[in-house]
Structures are given as structure tokens and as C-alpha cells.
Design a protein around this ligand. Structure first.
Ligand code: HT7
Ligand code: ZN
Length: 877
């Protein structure tokens, strides 16, 4: 397969100014008439017009109304005899496609008897022949024709300018988008849908219609999405001065979708998972995810749509920036400062458990990659989450106000254009000429060009006589594929000193060299340094803290992030020590008394809020523990972490009982951070109480848990109770699971939870894989539906290391079979699954050899997609 290089970018030979599309929608054979006006790009040497197309049947090509010669070359329609000169000319292309056969869910496809499109990154070429690249921006007019009874709602981007009935029970709708856009933002939807509507007036006094379209029967689950959308509109206007630029903004939900949602101009298409919620079917986490995904897609309207990417190597220009914006949005919606900190910890947890491994594995790539084979493989946590951290560091180096000024300059310079990451960084720096960012910009941009997670090592030196405390820092970054040597990064290090009775204010130290020191004066006692507060840079911090120092930070650090981090470091140390000590056996107690006492103190703390307590009392994940080790024995990690959980459960049993009782509430369900935090902590308490009960043979808590499962007034409490029973392995779990299925058999998103819980549950003697095979044989299982495939197969292969990494290799055999099976249906989803073995080279034997064998078996398949081929070839390289 061809490798595409960033350095090979050239501007297009032609521009497309207008596109007039007519669709005769039919699941088996949809007819697409594409009338464009084009002109030669005067800045590029004259050459043929090469239009991308995939799985299309070409019926007619006319240039200025006349038939013309053309040829087909590698999925491109090549036109050589085009009018000379730079005058616009008309090109008309008539094709057909078969949406019902489209299992890749890219281009035009059918889901639940409705039509949807997904064009990012390269789906538009599956609809018509086009210059399917983001720097070609055109004005679109779209006419949809379809059977009126089957498809009463016909939607596309922009404004509805005409609609009416046709012969034979058909009808039409004509949409005009007032903004030019790249083809990846095109969308259409046709089907039986209903909408929740809301009219709003912007700060500037403009009227807008907001709509959330869902299938009939789901309207009662759209209130939260609509509220989130209204909050997003208000936030972008207030924080960045960016108003809604459309009369009408639509969100449509579909249950067949490869990713979370898509920001098509004025017509966002969402996975139902990120739209539908009511208290009976959605958990607090679902509510929070909906808020941030609705925000994310809405914020793309400016960062992505008004200013888009010149080429797909610049993907983080829109994705990193928009994740940063959605994270800031969710934080700004928190009424309490402690809730902001909780959100930050949650975001960092995602970065460290998913992005850090990616940066250390075979798919490591810079935030702005240099090459790819399949762009769909580069919608990654590096582009999104690390990209957001890069933007956050820019804000740290320019201040909140300075960063907002930079955004304003970015829009002044580039509104309506397709640009690069360099253009963005330059705008932020130019708006803040005196900032550290402006002074260090060329070096700062190494965050865009160098892959890998830097390690920041620090050492403290206290001079009691001179009353000084010096921190000596060094930085390094391990080689990544294709990048052996790394230059030093600009690392903004937010830090302070914590003493027994006092602490310094937070200050910013900007590290630029390979080694640097920082001295504090007038330090009257040896302090504990609190380094990287708020996780001010995406690095691994190595500081050889003593247990006592970590306990001090856990108890006294005014920075909530580092307070949480101290607890994680203590737990991690215990886990690693126990894993390293060969003598581990069932019944081990890896945690020391000081840690247990500290956890009790946090749990019983009179002022800390429940959400924060829940985070502190949750142990580092098996994946995170594995990342700290050079050689990984997944079963050993699983056993040690389970032993730690059991120890926390039994040693704090009375405290968990107190916590469960103390966090009950009577009021109406509200998904706000404080109420969610209380439910999360009560849920964690229930998990531990059931673990302890199974250990001791007690029947009271499992019985109480079953009762709570039955009586719960919302999905969060109900699901937490179910998960506590299933997670403990108690016999009552089977009864609860059966009841849950019966209650929610018609709620697809709830059934996804039911499947995921069972596939992701703790393995006790290898029971999970047979259960997963049974789940795949369940009548409700459907491999073609990405949500359902993810809920079973990904929950097992990617989120259940203890169940997946089996000494008998059966987990890997299952993985290889599913990757190959899925590849024939949906390569994008298959390639995501293929990533489950990214870190195989770290595995201990016998896992390592068995994993390699599974990868080799997949790689040997001749008709593999480019998507999966790129992932497995890189893994094996
Ligand atoms: N920009 C959107 C990306 C996306 C996507 C990419 C490839 C294939 C399917 C897809 N669906 C959505 C999502 C976002 O970041 O907002
Ligand atoms: Zn996005």
C-alpha cells in the first residue's frame, strides 16, 4: 500500500467553486448527479484533473454540457481534455451507489431504514467523484428526492430553501449551505425521524433554530443533549467571542456509527450513545460524555469548519484544539473548583492510560504525523488528547487572556481557509509577543514534530545552612519508530513547595534545556516539592519521593491534582514491589498500613468532595501498572491488583459501610458533578462491600445490593449495583443480569452496557472468554453494529487484560479471528481492534510468543485492508 508523506503536499491543480448535488435515494441503487463549476489553479502547473472515487458506478461525464474522454486510474477519474485557460467550466458527473451494501459506514449508508452519511476523512469519494481533500472548499446546493412515506424527513447542510411532493409518492427537499466547506463536512440524512426543537437568541441578538433528531420513541431522551447544545452556544460566545453562524443547527442520532460524532456543517451526525439519555437508561458518565461530545462537535463549527486543515497531517489543528476547548467547556460548567480538578484528573487518566502507551508503542507518531498509509488509523489519542495538551501548554505560556487574544488573531488571519498547525501556533505567539511562547516558538513546536513521551527527572537538594532548596531537572525522550534522537522540549512545569505547616504559591518554571536547576530561597525546613501541578505538561515525572513525602502531599498539597497523584504513586509502588517479589501468592496483602490509614483519612475527610474521594480510592488500572514495567506478566498484574482491591475492601469495611450510607440522597435525580460524585463514591463502596462479602461468606451486602439494583430510581445506581454483584462473582449476579436484560431488552444502548459488563468483568480462572463466545452467539449480538461489537469484543480484548492475556493463548486466537472477520465488514473498526496487541513486545513468555503468532497469522491474510495491514505491519516491524 502507498505511504503518503507530509512533505509531498502540493496545492490542488483545480479549485471547485460550486457543487450542485441531486440524490434520488434508494437503498439498493441511489442515483447521484453532481454538477460542479471548476477552474484551474493558476499557482500550479497545468495538468489533468484527477477526481477520487470509490465503489461508484459511473454513468456519465459532461464538460460544459458535452461528452468528454476520460480514463480510470487507481480509483481516480482522470480528465485530460479540459478547457484551456483559467475561466470556470462546468463538469457534470452522474453515478450510482448501493447504500444498503455499505457495511463500512463511510460515504452514504443505511441504518435502521434511514440514510446517513459519514464523509470524514475520505468518505465523500464514496458518494461522487470529487477532489476529496480538505483544502478544496466549495459552496454546496443539495436536492434530495425519496419516497415520502419511508423517508419523511430529508436533511442536508445549511438552510432548507424549497420542498414539495413529486409523483409516485416521492417528495423532495432543497438545501443551500451559506458557507463554503471541504467535502468531508458534507452530510445528508433521510428517514423517519422526529425532532426536539429550541429557538434561541444569541448575545448578538440573532435568532437560531436548534434541532435534535432521533427515531420516534426516543424523543424523551433528548433533553440533556439539547441543554448541552444551548450551553455550548453560550460558552463559545462568552469565552472566545465565537457566535453561531447558522440560522439552523441540527444534530441527528444514528445507532450505526464508526466513531462518537461528526461535525458536518450545520448537520452534526451523532452516535446515539452521545445523544440519548434519561435517568432510567443513562448513567452519570453517559450524561457527562454527552455534554462534552455535543460541545466538541459544536466547537468544531469554528475550529475545524470555519478554519479547516490544509491536509490530513494537520488533523490535530482541529482535533487537539477542539478537545482542549471541550475540556475547558466542561470545566467551566463546574460550579465548584474541586469539580474542575476532578475533570482534570479524569482527562489526565485517559491521557496516561491510552496516549502514553501509544507514544511508547509501534503506532507512535507526532501530533503532526509525517506519514500514513490509512488516515483513519490516525484518529488517535495522540492527535486528540496529546494535541489538546499541546494547546493547553500554549495557554499556560501565554495566560488565559493571552490565549484568547491568540484565538482572535487566528480567526482574523485565517477565517474561511484551510491551514496548518504552524499557522495556529504562530497566531497564538504573535498575539502575545512578550510571552514565553513567542520567545520559544521554534523549540516549542517540537511538540508537533517529535513523537514520544518526555521523561522529566527531578532531584531535590536542601541546604539547611543557606536555607535554600534546589530542584535539579533533566529531560529525555526515548526513541520512537523513525525518530531515534530527540531534541529537548519546552516543558512548562507548574510547581510549589509543601512544608509540614505551610506551602509556597504555585509558580511556573519553563524547562528548555536537557538539564536545568531551580533554587528557592528562605526555605526554613526541608520541603516536599509538588511538581507538575495540574499536570502542566504531558510528561512522565520521575522523582524519588519517600513514602512519607507522598503521604505529606496526599494530606496537605493545595493542588488537588498532585494530591491525587501522591495516592496513585503510593499504590503503584506497592503494586510494583509485590509484582517484583516473586513470592506472591493468593491472600497477599500488598498495601501497607500507612497507605490504608491514608485512604481511610481521605474517605472520612470532612470537607473533600465525594468525586475526588472516589478518584483517590480507585487504584491505578492494570494497563497503567503494565506501562511502568519493562516486562509485563498480565496475570501477575491482575492478581496483585485484585489482592490490593480485596485488601482495601476488608481493611476499610466499616468505612465503606459508612461511605455507602452517608452518600444516599432522597431528592430528584440530577446529573451534576456533585450529585454524580456522591453516586460514584456510593457505587465504589458497594463494589468493595461485595468483594469483602464474597471473601467472608457474608450474605447481607449482596442481598442489599440486589435490592438496590431492583429499587434504583436511576441507571447509575442500578448499574453500579449490578456491576458490584457481577464484579464480586457473587451467585446473585446471574439473577440480576437476567432481570436487567428483561427490563431493557428494547434499549440498545442499555444492552450494550449489559454486554460490556460481562465481557469486561474480572477473570476468575478463565471464565470470561467462554462467556464472551456465548455473548457473541446471543440473539441480540450483531457484529455489523460497531457499538455492539465494541461492547463485547473490545471490552474483552482491549479493556480486560486479566481475561484477554491467557497463558493458553486462546484470547489471542479469538482476537485474530475477530480482526479478520471484522475486516471483511468494517476495516476501520477492525483496525481499532488490531491495536489491542500494540504492546505485545513487552509481554513476558508465554504471552509474547503467542501474541506474535496471532499477529503473524493476521498479517499473512492476503486480502487484508490497508487499515489493518498498517497496524499489524507496524506492530511486527
Ligand atoms: N471529526 C470527527 C471524526 C470522525 C471520523 C473519522 C473517520 C471515520 C469516521 C468518523 N466519524 C467521526 C469526530 C470528531 O473528532 O469530532
Ligand atoms: Zn473532533
Amino acid at each position: 500500500a502507498a505511504v503518503i508523506h507530509r512533505g509531498d503536499y502540493t496545492a490542488p491543480a483545480y479549485w471547485i467553486d460550486t457543487v450542485d448535488l441531486s440524490f434520488d435515494l434508494d437503498p439498493a441503487k441511489t442515483r447521484v448527479l453532481n454538477k460542479m463549476t471548476l477552474r484551474r489553479n493558476p499557482d500550479v502547473e497545468a495538468g489533468p484533473l484527477r477526481l477520487d472515487g470509490e465503489e461508484l458506478n459511473l454513468a456519465r461525464v459532461l464538460v460544459n454540457g458535452q461528452g468528454t474522454s476520460f480514463k480510470m486510474e487507481n480509483n481516480q477519474l482522470v480528465l485530460e481534455n479540459l478547457p484551456e485557460g483559467h475561466e470556470p467550466f462546468a463538469l457534470e458527473i452522474f453515478t450510482t451507489c448501493a447504500p444498503v451494501k455499505n457495511t463500512k459506514l463511510m460515504g452514504l449508508y443505511v441504518s435502521n431504514e434511514s440514510f446517513f452519511t459519514q464523509c470524514e476523512a475520505e468518505g465523500f469519494r464514496r458518494i461522487t467523484y470529487f477532489l476529496d481533500r480538505p483544502d478544496v472548499m466549495a459552496m454546496y446546493t443539495v436536492t434530495l428526492r425519496a419516497d415520502k412515506a419511508k423517508y419523511p424527513v430529508l436533511l442536508s447542510n445549511g438552510n432548507l430553501v424549497e420542498h414539495g411532493t413529486l409523483e409516485d409518492g416521492r417528495h423532495f427537499a432543497k438545501w443551500v449551505d451559506p458557507h463554503k466547506k471541504p467535502s468531508y463536512l458534507f452530510a445528508l440524512v433521510a428517514g423517519q425521524l422526529v425532532a426536539r426543537e429550541q429557538r434561541i437568541t444569541s448575545r448578538a441578538g440573532k435568532e437560531h433554530l436548534l434541532q435534535v433528531y432521533v427515531r420516534p420513541g426516543d424523543l424523551d431522551k433528548t433533553e440533556h443533549a439539547m441543554n448541552s447544545l444551548m450551553a455550548s452556544v453560550a460558552w463559545d460566545e462568552a469565552r472566545f467571542g465565537l457566535p453561531l453562524d447558522l440560522e439552523r443547527f441540527m444534530i441527528v442520532a444514528t445507532s450505526d456509527f464508526n466513531m462518537g460524532a461528526m461535525e458536518n456543517k450545520g448537520l452534526n451526525i451523532f452516535n446515539t450513545k452521545y445523544v440519548l439519555a434519561n435517568q432510567a437508561t443513562a448513567t452519570d458518565v453517559d450524561y457527562s460524555n454527552i455534554e462534552s461530545v455535543v460541545g466538541h462537535e459544536y466547537f468544531h463549527n469554528w475550529t475545524g469548519n470555519r478554519i479547516t486543515c490544509r491536509d490530513w497531517f494537520q488533523l490535530s489543528l482541529k482535533e487537539g484544539l477542539t478537545v482542549f476547548r471541550d475540556q475547558e467547556f466542561s470545566q467551566d460548567l463546574c460550579a465548584e473548583p474541586s469539580a474542575r480538578a476532578v475533570k482534570r484528573i479524569e482527562d489526565v487518566r485517559v491521557l496516561r492510560t491510552a496516549q502514553f502507551p501509544e507514544d511508547a508503542g509501534p503506532m507512535a507518531h507526532p501530533v503532526r504525523p509525517d506519514s500514513y498509509i490509512e488516515i483513519n488509523n490516525f484518529y488517535t489519542v495522540t492527535i486528540y488528547e496529546k494535541g489538546a495538551e499541546v494547546v493547553r501548554m500554549m495557554q499556560t505560556l501565554t495566560s488565559r487572556v493571552g490565549f484568547a487574544k491568540g484565538m482572535t488573531l487566528y480567526f482574523e488571519r485565517f477565517d474561511g481557509q484551510a491551514v496548518t498547525c504552524d499557522d495556529f501556533a504562530q497566531s497564538i505567539a504573535d498575539a502575545n509577543p512578550d510571552s514565553a511562547l513567542a520567545k520559544l516558538l521554534p523549540q516549542f513546536k517540537r511538540w508537533y514534530s517529535q513523537a514520544g513521551t518526555p521523561r522529566l527527572a527531578a532531584r531535590g537538594e536542601y541546604d539547611a545552612a543557606a536555607q535554600t532548596y534546589t530542584l535539579h531537572f533533566t529531560q529525555s525522550c526515548a526513541p520512537t519508530p523513525g525518530q531515534v534522537a530527540k531534541e529537548p522540549f519546552v516543558i512548562p512545569v507548574s510547581l510549589g513547595l509543601v512544608g509540614a505547616t505551610s506551602h509556597t504559591d504555585t509558580q511556573l518554571f519553563v524547562m528548555t534545556e536537557a538539564a536545568q536547576s531551580l533554587t528557592f530561597n528562605n526555605v526554613t525546613e526541608e520541603p516536599v516539592p509538588s511538581i507538575l501541578r495540574g499536570f502542566s505538561a504531558p510528561v512522565v515525572l520521575d522523582f524519588d519521593y519517600t513514602d512519607a513525602q507522598l503521604l505529606t502531599l496526599l494530606a496537605n498539597d493545595p493542588d488537588p491534582f498532585n494530591r491525587w497523584e501522591a495516592g496513585q504513586r503510593l499504590a503503584l509502588r506497592s503494586a510494583i514491589n509485590c509484582i517484583a517479589a516473586g513470592a506472591y501468592s493468593t491472600g497477599a496483602t500488598p498495601l501497607n498500613d500507612a497507605y490504608i490509614d491514608a485512604m481511610r483519612a481521605v474517605l472520612r475527610h470532612p470537607t473533600l468532595d465525594a468525586a475526588f474521594k472516589e478518584l483517590v480510592l480507585t487504584l491505578p488500572s492494570e494497563t497503567y501498572i503494565a506501562e511502568q514495567l519493562d516486562v509485563v506478566d498480565p496475570q501477575r498484574i491482575h492478581a496483585v491488583r485484585e489482592a490490593m482491591r480485596l485488601q482495601l475492601a476488608t481493611a476499610l469495611q466499616a468505612d465503606w459501610e459508612w461511605a455507602f450510607d452517608a452518600h444516599q440522597y432522597n431528592g430528584a435525580y440530577e446529573p451534576d458533578p456533585v450529585s454524580s460524585g456522591r453516586r460514584a463514591l456510593a457505587g465504589l463502596a458497594l463494589t468493595f462491600l461485595n468483594l469483602a462479602a464474597v471473601q467472608s461468606g457474608d450474605t447481607v451486602w449482596p442481598g442489599k445490593t440486589l435490592q438496590r439494583f431492583k429499587d434504583a430510581g436511576n441507571m447509575t445506581d442500578r448499574f453500579n449495583a449490578l456491576a458490584a454483584l457481577v464484579g464480586s462473582g457473587h451467585a446473585l449476579a446471574a439473577q440480576a443480569l437476567a432481570r436487567f436484560h428483561a427490563l431493557f431488552k428494547d434499549e440498545a444502548l442499555v444492552l450494550d452496557k449489559w454486554f460490556a459488563l460481562q465481557a469486561g468483568t474480572s477473570d476468575r480462572g478463565g471464565q470470561v472468554l467462554p462467556a464472551v463466545r456465548q455473548l457473541m452467539a446471543h440473539p441480540d449480538f450483531n457484529l455489523r453494529n460497531p457499538n455492539r461489537a465494541r461492547s463485547v469484543i473490545f471490552s474483552y480484548c482491549s479493556a480486560n487484560p486479566g481475561g484477554f492475556h491467557r497463558a493458553d493463548a486462546a484470547g489471542y486466537v479469538f482476537w485474530a479471528d475477530r480482526v479478520m472477520e471484522l475486516d471483511g465488514i468494517n476495516p476501520q473498526v477492525a483496525a481499532r481492534l488490531a491495536r489491542a496487541l500494540d504492546r505485545w513486545k513487552k509481554l513476558a513468555e508465554p504471552y509474547r510468543s503467542a501474541a506474535r503468532e496471532a499477529l503473524v497469522r493476521v498479517a499473512a491474510k492476503v486480502d487484508l485492508s490497508n487499515d489493518v495491514r498498517e497496524v499489524v505491519d507496524r506492530a511486527l516491524a
